[in-house]
Ligand binder design. Structure first.
Ligand SMILES: Cc1cc2nc3c(=O)[nH]c(=O)nc-3n(C[C@H](O)[C@H](O)[C@H](O)COP(=O)(O)O)c2cc1C
Length: 363
């Protein structure tokens, strides 16, 4: 069966495949531009753009780190990333991922609109005021990420009351996904919170509010997985980890190598200063953090609100901005390598074109 297109707001995506936004630096211009060029939705991550092209677009750094929120989420770098992605995908729909938990959320959403995003995707929190920041951009579609029907209900209620609109689509993310989870550690293992069980509930809730396409994410690996979720009633899928196994993925070769070499038992749920469990690969850093011997925590980049300027980082034993950016740059010792539960299945690096062909047609 051929895959149907996916319509989100005013934008039509040829294949119902969204490449999940991955920070720091995993999905920037090359990955997102290439996915959009091949007919999926490429999503640029707005996280840590200060690191783009060796920090050439920022005003100030300290100890090799972008100084403060304005430089960590660099507006100039984000514009450059969009400009370069557009050179690859032209006018095809292009998304931007902006986490709700970041400092300067509203400013970064506005930056993304001005930089040329067609679709903005927000997870890590309930974005109850998201439409506030896109008033001047009526064509920009808004897509929250949720982990339950209840979360979608709260968003729809607030948005319809305050802004007279509902989400243009919703992504349901289950507990096999990479990075931060919308669940407690225990819930991640409970059957009732697995993706196939929460997707139908979110579809039911979405129907109560109108025509909201539902996109399933977390642990989707191949063509058969995509078909399984479309048959369950989803309108599309979001895939993160598998796109790391591409030449165009913006992360360092070392990042890709860590995933290719990872075994099933190396992928685990960690504590994070963001306040949710996060899934990543066991590397030397994890051992250091467990022994409370991780690198010093200085909060130079002031990245996320829940961390409270380093308080939570000290609690869990690492700074998330510094460790994720080190992984992007290929530091196998001190980097934090996020991965979905299926990351150990990555065994080759191929082109985005080839990966899209496999996802669309099967092997
Ligand atoms: C390295 C990595 C970084 C990620 N960073 C983000 C992020 O910044 N924002 C976000 O909403 N999701 C992030 N995610 C989640 C992905 O966008 C995607 O939804 C998820 O990984 C889907 O599950 P899968 O990896 O099993 O396909 C990240 C995932 C990975 C693997």
């Amino acid at each position: 069966m051929s895959l149907p297109p996916l319509k989100i707001g005013k934008h039509t995506i040829q294949y119902p495949i969204i490449q999940g936004g991955m920070g720091v630096g995993i999905s920037w211009d090359r990955l997102a531009g290439s996915v959009s060029k091949e007919g999926g939705l490429g999503v640029i991550s707005s996280v840590g753009t200060g690191y783009y092209e060796n920090k050439r677009y920022i005003d100030k750094e300290v100890a090799g780190r972008p100084l403060e929120t304005a430089n960590f989420y660099s507006r100039r770098a984000l514009f450059k990333i969009f400009e370069n992605a557009r050179k690859i995908c032209g006018d095809a729909p292009l998304g931007c991922n902006v986490l709700y938990a970041i400092n300067d959320y509203g400013r970064v959403v506005r930056d993304s609109c001005e930089a040329g995003a067609d679709i903005i995707i927000t997870g890590a929190g309930l974005p109850t005021n998201m439409p506030e920041f896109t008033k001047d951009f009526p064509d920009v579609a808004l897509v929250p990420i949720v982990s339950s029907a209840k979360a979608l209900k709260i968003i729809c209620k607030r948005w319809s009351q305050r802004y007279g609109r509902i989400p243009d689509a919703v992504i349901v993310e289950g507990p096999l996904s990479g990075g931060h989870q919308g669940f407690t550690y225990e819930q991640c293992f409970m059957p009732e919170f697995q993706l196939e069980n929460i997707v139908p509930q979110v579809i039911d809730e979405a129907k109560k509010w109108g025509d909201i396409p539902v996109i399933a994410a977390g642990g989707i690996w191949d063509h058969d997985d995509i078909m399984r979720f479309l048959e369950l009633g989803a309108d599309g899928v979001q895939i993160g980890t598998r796109f790391i196994g591409t030449h165009e993925c913006d992360a360092s070769d070392n990042f890709k190598r860590v995933l290719v070499e990872a075994k099933k038992e190396d992928i685990l749920l960690l504590k994070s200063p963001v306040g949710y469990p996060a899934r990543g690969v066991r590397t030397k850093l994890i051992d250091l953090v467990e022994r409370r011997e991780g690198p010093p925590i200085k909060c130079i980049s002031n990245c996320v609100t829940p961390c409270q300027r380093g308080v939570e980082a000290k609690e869990v034993g690492y700074c998330i901005a510094d460790r994720l950016s080190d992984a992007y740059r290929g530091d196998r010792e001190l980097g934090l390598f996020f991965s979905g539960a299926n990351g150990y299945r990555l065994n080759e690096i191929i082109s985005v074109k080839e990966l899209m062909r496999k996802l669309i047609q099967g092997e």
